[in-house]
Structure formats: C-alpha cells, structure tokens
Design a binder for this molecule. Sequence first.
Ligand SMILES: [Zn+2]
Length: 111
Amino acid sequence: MAAAVGGALIGAGAFLFSWIAGIEGLSLFSWTFVGLVGGLAGAFADSYLGATVQMMYRCTVCGREVEVHEHCGHPTVRARGWAWMSNDLVNVLSSVIGGCVAIGLGNILAL
Ligand SMILES: [Zn+2]
C-alpha cells in the first residue's frame, strides 16, 4: 500500500512539473496511474529479489536471518543468496525495474 501511494504521489508530482514546464503529455490520472504501477513493480521486484538471490546472513546470537553484517552486537554468518547481491544492489535494481515499468506504461498510455 505504501509503495502504491508513494508511487502515485510521485506520478502526481511528475504531472505537476510537466504542467509547470508547459510540456504536453499525460493527464493527471495517467501520470498518477503510471507512478502507482511503477511503485508496485519496484516493491514486488524488491520482494522477489530479496526472497531469491539477495545475500542474507544469520545472526549467531538470536538465530534470525538478517541483511546486515552485524546483529545483537556480533558479526553475522552467510546464510544464502549470491555473494555479490547486496541489499543495496537489490534496492538499485528494484528502483531501475520500477522506473522501466513506469516508462513503458507511460509510453503505452501516450500513444
Ligand atoms: Zn541477532
């Protein structure tokens, strides 16, 4: 829900900027919809990558699976995922995927 609302707000903001700049383009509704769908796509990509390939660690104190090098004041050990697929990289990829979905949908709606 937060991803949908956040994306919709960004879409509405994009409409505002294009309107201020006098650029002919999508309606407020279309811009908002594009932002909403892009936000959801990014959130789902983040969940999918996080559940499959993201490098995860296990806390040796509380036993929880975490995405940080240190937990409960102790270093964690590697649990699963690709060694080079950090949480930061998952965030970057998810943002790019959400952005690409929004660009694609925006171009379809602009036809
Ligand atoms: Zn812990």
